[in-house]
Design a protein around this ligand. Structure first.
Ligand code: NAD
Length: 497
């Protein structure tokens, strides 16, 4: 069986604590790998390596940092297929989707290659006689990242490339369910010339996370995962004096207005609800049909959903793979089983589905629930599986009120041909990312990603300008090169003349 170790100070480090967790191939249900779970001492070793590396890396030139990042970008580009295969083997998503994940992660490496522009400061000359003021941004020190299972390469790449480009050093704690891509990312960074200790990976569970949240040498924590854990991370790490951005779960709504192109809306709903088996924080999980659109829209969604081919992620004909664990598959199925009793109409029931030859895989088919009441668990909870709820409302206003009543506010979308309605929606909806005829509005790398309400705890969105701000702190330098005429004692508060 393969073993996944830690990556500390530029080398693979075996788990000294002797505790391991199982990693499963979701398509076969077989345990293929064991992953080391870090003890407090192992986390401390990673933080110590990062702290020692910061002494040099924090003061290294922008040219030195970006030359490593450019080489890293080229290496990642050359290893896209290998990284995607690692993702599929442990996460289960289909290869084309895994390639998309690698591409979106690469975007942030490309952004980090341009850090020279992002880190340019501001200078005001002659604010008073012979006085200049410069605003500069400096790195924080050691930064920790804690990431979820559903994007085992992309979400780590949302964090560490920008953090290290800004001059920080990094300790990553990836999901214990699919840890191999993160280790490969660290190996490739070393191959690109990143000095030892700048990027470290500790594997493990809550023990490792809680140590990072409390460690006095960790200056900031980036987290992406479920809402309850995001809240715990934010509360605990801020109580220990750290800067924190903690991105949580979601329930993303797609509002379909009566004038929308219903074929385009149905294509978008099916792609966004069932892609990656619904295990995306930006998945559309609730379609809100306005006016009389419901019947026709549900029929079009059903027709498309019935044609989706489910199978192992490494089969190029598969469009949707299995879920991450058996327990998660059963939990997702329970929402579909309970839906009718809670007032929904079950149009498609994907439970009980299996793939011939892969009977122990974590399979579930596509489910479509119509006329779902807002009180049903399938609507109230983040299911994180291939279950799409359709809700019906009479008017645009009712639809927006329904969306705004949700405790989450990650992404949302409106489908319409009416520019005025789309503009109104952008301004009125309470969510961090809005799509107009775009169902999964994940911002490009040079804009920032983040939700509102229970989808994000902290003040900064991730990557883009917000990412640069999160991973740096401001300093303002006021300079005078005195002239003999400036002499003399003055006890007054300094003011500018
Ligand atoms: P999760 O919250 O269970 O785990 C995320 C990370 O936290 C993992 O590294 C895990 O080891 C760690 N963790 C789990 N329980 C912990 C605990 N009690 N104490 C400390 N650390 C703990 O999330 P997941 O199941 O891996 O990922 C799916 C979730 O992530 C979904 O809710 C999804 O919406 C969310 N997500 C959000 C975004 C976003 O950008 N907002 C992106 C991707 C995923």
């Amino acid at each position: 069986m393969k073993t996944v170790n830690h990556w500390i100070d530029g080398k693979s480090v075996e788990g000294g604590s002797g505790t391991y967790g199982p990693v499963t191939d979701p398509a076969t249900g077989a345990v293929t790998t064991r992953v080391a779970f870090a003890s407090v001492e192992e986390v401390d070793a990673a933080v110590a390596a990062a702290k020692a590396a910061y002494a040099t890396w924090g003061g290294s030139s922008l040219a030195a940092r970006t030359s490593v990042l450019f080489r890293y970008r080229a290496l990642l580009d050359a290893h896209r297929d290998e990284l995607a295969a690692l993702i599929t083997a442990e996460h289960g998503k289909v290869h084309s989707d895994a390639l998309g994940e690698v591409a979106r992660g690469l975007e942030i490496v490309e952004l980090a290659c341009g850090i020279t522009t992002q880190l340019k400061g501001e200078l005001s000359t002659q604010v008073a006689s012979r006085v200049d003021v410069a605003s500069i941004r400096q790195p924080l020190g050691v930064v920790a990242g804690i990431t979820p299972f559903n994007f085992p390469a992309m979400v780590p790449m949302w964090m560490f490339p920008l953090a290290i480009a800004c001059g920080n050093t990094f300790v990553l704690k990836p999901s214990e369910k699919d840890p191999s891509p993160a280790i490969r990312l660290a190996e490739l960074a070393a191959e690109a010339g990143l000095p030892d200790g700048v990027l470290n990976v500790v594997n493990g569970d809550r023990t490792a996370v809680d140590r990072l949240l409390e460690h006095p040498d960790v200056a900031a924590v980036s987290f992406v995962g479920s809402t309850p854990i995001a809240r715990h991370i934010h509360t605990t790490a801020t109580a220990h004096g750290k800067r924190v951005q903690a991105l949580g779960g979601a329930k993303n709504h797609m509002l379909v207005l009566p004038d929308a192109d219903l074929d385009a809306a149905a294509d978008a709903a099916v792609s966004a609800a069932y892609g990656s088996a619904g295990e995306r924080c930006m998945a559309i999980s609730a379609v809100v049909a306005v006016g009389g659109t419901g019947d026709e829209l549900v029929a079009k969604i059903r027709e498309r959903a019935e044609k989706i081919k489910i199978g192992p992620g490494d089969d190029p004909t598969s469009e949707m793979g299995p879920l991450i664990t058996k327990a998660h598959r059963d939990k997702v199925a329970s929402y579909v089983h309970d839906a009718a009793a809670q007032g929904a109409e079950v149009v498609l029931d994907g439970t009980g589905f299996t793939v011939a030859g892969y009977e122990d895989g974590h399979w579930i088919g596509l489910s479509l629930l119509d006329k779902v009441p807002t009180t049903a668990d399938a609507y109230r909870d983040e299911i994180f599986g291939p279950v799409l709820c359709v809700l019906r409302v009479a008017t645009y206003e009712e639809g927006v009120a329904l969306i705004n009543a949700s405790p989450w506010g990650n992404g949302t979308a409106v489908f319409t041909r009416d520019g005025g309605a789309a503009r109104r929606f952008q301004l009125e909806v309470e969510a961090g990312m809005v799509g107009v005829n775009v169902p999964i509005p994940v911002p490009v790398g040079y804009h920032s990603f983040g939700g509102w309400k229970h989808s994000l705890f902290g003040d900064h969105h991730i990557y883009g300008n917000d990412g640069v701000h999160f991973y740096t702190r401001g300093k303002v330098v006021t300079t005078r090169w005195p002239d003999p005429a400036d002499g003399g004692v003055d006890l007054g508060f300094p003011h500018h003349r």
